[in-house]
Ligand binder design. Sequence first.
Ligand code: 13P
Length: 251
Amino acid sequence: MRKYLVIGNWKMNFGRSESVTFLDEFIPIFKKRSDVEVGIAPPFTSLSICAEKLHGSSILLGAQNCHWVESGAYTGEISAGMLKELGCSFAIVGHSERRQLFGESDEGVNKRAAALLAADLTPVVCVGETLEERESGEAFKVVTRQLELGLAGISPKLISRVVIAYEPVWAIGTGKTASASEAQEVHSHIRKVISRLGGDSISKEVRILYGGSVNDKNAASLLGEKDIDGALVGGASLVAQKFASIAGFRV
Ligand code: 13P
């Protein structure tokens, strides 16, 4: 059985002191469900304080990106091993903001995912089409390419440890959510692609999260779909009360 996974992607929000304020509010109101894992992905500079605050809690800590080389002359980059040392158990890779604003490619996503797996961390590989691609009927084609290239050369056994996040670019930060059935359609397609890449039984183990304007009002209906195994939440994950509701699928 796949456990649900709900991750808050804080993006470039919450330095150390705001992170503490958030967690001081969130931890007491967060009610753990045995069928749901919950994680947060703060900015790099807030990871260590969050690791301290989360000590002894079940809330997972992750980063928003990583580099694929272990160490060396890569100014400004952070490796998977460094994240692990800080207490991270996952990292987001290939977020559409990284792809669109920082020129990251499918090949880079692939190297990042492989490096995370090698360091025993979980890659959360983001895929999703733009509005233009959706309107020209290319959503499945784009997502298929991102998965094929993003997971290239990764063994089926390791694919089972990858988390996929389907984030239609047109739904990110816009307040426009894909309807539950629109999202389910793409999630089901993603599971078929994973089955082709890693085999049928592996595809049943892989968690596929939905992201894009998820909030405390729409989470329960999205997460009620057969192939939606959780959520990658941006804006609403910055409000403790809202994120606690989403993590418990409460309206
Ligand atoms: P919003 O929830 O703010 O739309 O952001 C989604 C996202 O990009 C999460 O990674």
